[in-house]
Design a protein around this ligand. Structure first.
Ligand code: GLA
Length: 458
């Protein structure tokens, strides 16, 4: 993973028209030609939901839908962002005075995260800003990672505008941590797949340290993405961070129950496992014997850890979860350890490709959905209905993908049955409702693993 991987390539045929539109818009807006284009794709996570921030591996693939920007450096240090979608306001600011408030997750704030993350890594006194005209085809708040694609693409633009070199690995880490400036405490999956994807391959992504391995999906297998159209912006609600915090507290209480561990050093469920040297099954056993199914009150958590509510806020909570009074720990930890197992099982089926690979992968995806719905409680009734309909129409397995609480389902299907699946779901989920019918064209599609982020020369 070297920085040379991000050298400029000619614009591929399928993006020539969009790049030309961006070039025209850039010329109209700024009275000059762009110097280069930057692109970062969205992703669909095949399996491994809500485990990356607990230290566990995930298995996503990049999709065709992306963020594409026409860019030119600005030596006055100004940042000028224009979105081709008129629903999004223009932004101007100064690269030396970036402030990202956590109140209102506007589109340009994700760009500022990427710019700031990169800038903080170089102690340079001379910093170029840049002008950008931005086009996005990833549906927002749909679980396909439109926000991380914006962060990654802006980070790439900032690097290139300043001619700063950086390895892909480093950039993945920076993009994952700088997205926290917006307030959500995500893991590193979305940024890693957007920046490192290779066409035709899904990726097994491990963290701490980051490692990515190509995964060859079985030949007869296809994936269909369907958007429930229930929207969830994870930065606009506390749901996502509440799960992060529940996992952190579960890890700390599990650690506190073991005399060999210092619970204050523990932030993730994965750390408890690695320090104990247990298998994932043994961790599931530890959850059974240590945590109860009823909700934990804040007072009970404080008592178990032997600390005050103020200390709990310090060791375990985040700004938008300070007022949460009750935590489900058994359910969240059970989801995480069992989902971590499913990722490894999914990868091993792809590696060995047994005759019933499709059935096995489908079963793992179904189990993942059930666990997200029942144990992690991050699905949505519309998403559950959609998953059922996908199964009824020929999907071998189907599950919510991404953060959840709305957004998309991903289904695995035999390649011969893609059209039947698309037709059935179109009729039964989308045509059945006048609200949904008009949106089906961008909401329902078959997808293959796409390529990762790139620069295009003008
Ligand atoms: C969001 C986060 C990711 C991951 C998923 C859930 O997309 O950005 O890091 O946690 O949710 O799997």
């Amino acid at each position: 993973m070297a920085s040379e991987n991000f050298c400029q390539i000619p614009i591929p045929d399928n993006r020539k028209e969009r790049c030309e539109q961006l070039r025209q818009k850039f010329l109209n807006k700024f009275g000059e030609e762009p110097a280069f284009f930057a692109r970062a794709p969205g992703r669909v996570n095949l399996i491994g939901e809500h485990v990356d921030y607990c230290g566990y591996s995930v298995l996503p693939m990049a999709i065709e839908q992306d963020i594409l920007m026409a860019v030119s450096p600005d030596d006055s240090g100004k940042l000028s962002f224009v979105n081709v979608d008129p629903n999004y306001d223009d932004f101007t600011g100064d690269v030396m005075q970036i402030r990202i408030t956590k109140d209102d997750p506007q589109w340009y704030k994700y760009m500022l995260c990427g710019v700031l993350g990169v800038k903080e890594n170089f102690c340079s006194l001379i910093v170029q800003g840049f002008k950008a005209v931005v086009s996005g085809t990833i549906p927002p708040s749909a679980g396909l990672s439109s926000s991380s694609a914006l962060v990654c693409c802006a980070a790439l633009a900032m690097l290139q505008a300043n001619s700063w070199p950086m390895s892909k690995e480093k950039l993945c880490e920076i993009c994952a941590s700088c997205e926290h400036y917006i307030g959500t405490e995500g893991g590193g999956m979305d940024q890693a797949i957007s920046l490192t994807a290779s066409p035709g391959k899904a990726k097994h992504i491990e963290f701490n340290p980051l490692r990515t391995t190509d995964v060859q999906l079985p030949k007869n297998v296809a994936f269909v993405v369907s958007n429930s159209l229930a929207q969830m912006n994870k930065a606009a609600t506390p749901y996502f961070n509440i799960r992060v915090v529940e996992c952190r507290i579960a890890a700390q209480i599990l650690a506190k129950s073991r005399p060999s561990l210092q619970w204050r050093e523990i932030k993730r469920l994965g750390e408890v496992q690695s320090r104990l040297g247990f298998s994932l099954d043994a961790m599931l056993g530890l959850v059974e014997s240590t945590l109860h199914k009823e909700p934990y009150s804040k007072a009970e958590v404080c008592k178990l850890l032997g600390i005050s509510p103020e200390e709990l806020a310090e060791t375990s909570l985040s700004t938008n979860t300070r007022d949460v009074e009750s935590f489900l720990l058994y359910q969240r930890a059970t989801h995480v350890y069992s989902e971590a197992k499913r990722v490894l099982a999914f990868k091993s089926v792809c590696d060995s490709q047994p005759p019933d690979a499709l059935e096995q992968l489908g079963r793992l995806m179904d189990e993942s959905h059930a666990s997200c719905r029942d144990m992690y409680e991050c699905s949505h009734p519309d998403l559950d209905t959609l998953v059922e309909l996908c199964k009824k129409n020929g999907a071998q397995g189907s599950r919510m993908t991404g953060a959840g609480w709305g957004g998309c389902a991903v289904s695995i299907v035999h390649s011969d049955r893609v059209d039947t699946l698309l037709a059935g779901v179109r009729e039964q989920y989308y045509s059945a409702s006048s609200d949904r019918a008009g949106k089906v064209a961008s909401a329902l599609f078959a997808t293959v693993p796409g390529g990762g982020a790139a620069y295009y020369s003008v």
